[in-house]
Design a binder for this molecule. Sequence first.
Ligand SMILES: O=P(O)(O)OC[C@H]1O[C@](O)(COP(=O)(O)O)[C@@H](O)[C@@H]1O
Length: 409
Amino acid sequence: MLHATPTPLPCPATTTLTPTPTPTPTNSNPNPNPSLRPFRRRFLAVPAALSYSARTRPAMAVASASLVGGGRKTLMEYVGGGGGGDRVGDDLAVLLAHVQCACKRIAALVASPFNAELGRGAMASAAASAAAARDDPKPLDVVSNEIILSSLRNSGKVAVVASEEDDLPVWIADDGPFVVVTDPLDGSRNIDASIPTGTIFGIYNRLAELDHLPVEEKAQLNSLQNGARLVAAGYVLYSSATILCISFGSGTHAFTLDQLTGEFVLTHPGIQIPPRGQIYSVNDARYFDWPDGLRQYIDTVRQGKGQFPKKYSARYICSLVADFHRTLMYGGLVMNPRDHLRLVYEANPLSFLVEQAGGRGSDGKTRVLSIQPVELHQRLPLFMGSLEDMHELESYRNIQQKINPGYEV
Ligand SMILES: O=P(O)(O)OC[C@H]1O[C@](O)(COP(=O)(O)O)[C@@H](O)[C@@H]1O
């Protein structure tokens, strides 16, 4: 079994920061599928650090020493050593310790051999209801949501959490200094094929001027903050490597999970997205639903007739975090031109990260971070990537897809 021989590392992975203990979490969105309860118990109960068998550990530790001993900082060392700049006080550090802990749990979950059983739960519920739309939460989304919510509660640092999986934000504590928005497991429709998925999160300060309002109202308004007010934003990519990429408003930095020690170590400090890439990432099957401007742009760059005289390549995983991460690394564009991705949970945190890496995020007309959210689950066309590619794309003007029939796959 996955956790038969646990060798727990402390969670949160810091000894200097002591999270405030809170009562056993309850969830506002209990999973209605009773067949999932054993899995939820298992994954909510495991220690954050990944577990390894005693037999394999010594050999792995030798390899590990060469990586971690190579002078690379862990995420918590980076944050504790002032790496995040002035914005990262003790409260935010404690919160981050809990966020990374939750994401290690989700990383173990998505790689688990028990996913097939969880998937059967998804198919059963889909069969039971004709209304089971593609956007319905899948069990792994639900479990991931519970893991995140539980960790955020336990941090003692969060006033309210707004999750893509929940209709309404969950108020946690009046004195929590932070507001967290999250998509706990984006791209989960790919999970049965072991295609990468990701967690996205954004952190705002709680707006003290709203404290006097009724709970529902202040929960909503705190969660609808403009993306320009983000204190920090990040994602965790669950792929061949598990990568936590974060910005505190002073650059974008990526940490890779060392599977041997269970620590995120700094591998990509100060990421700069190339000003030009040669890759565009979009669901090309929608070509005939695209507006003229977008078709012309893609036709132009794929023929090497754009401002950059090389033929562009296409890459599309259909998992936003994975497509975004590749774009951050190699440059180019990642886009979904129809009203599909969500401003609060996806577009704002990722735009914050791409801007901090020297790129741009827009809805095709307007900088994402200047759009004031009016609804929690508000959707928008989304274009992000290299600065020069973004400017060229936006110069075609008519790039937002207005036809959005609700595709089957
Ligand atoms: O169907 P499209 O337009 O290609 O959209 C795919 C996008 O939708 C997502 O799967 C998110 O949508 P869901 O919230 O429905 O899972 C992204 O990960 C991906 O980039």
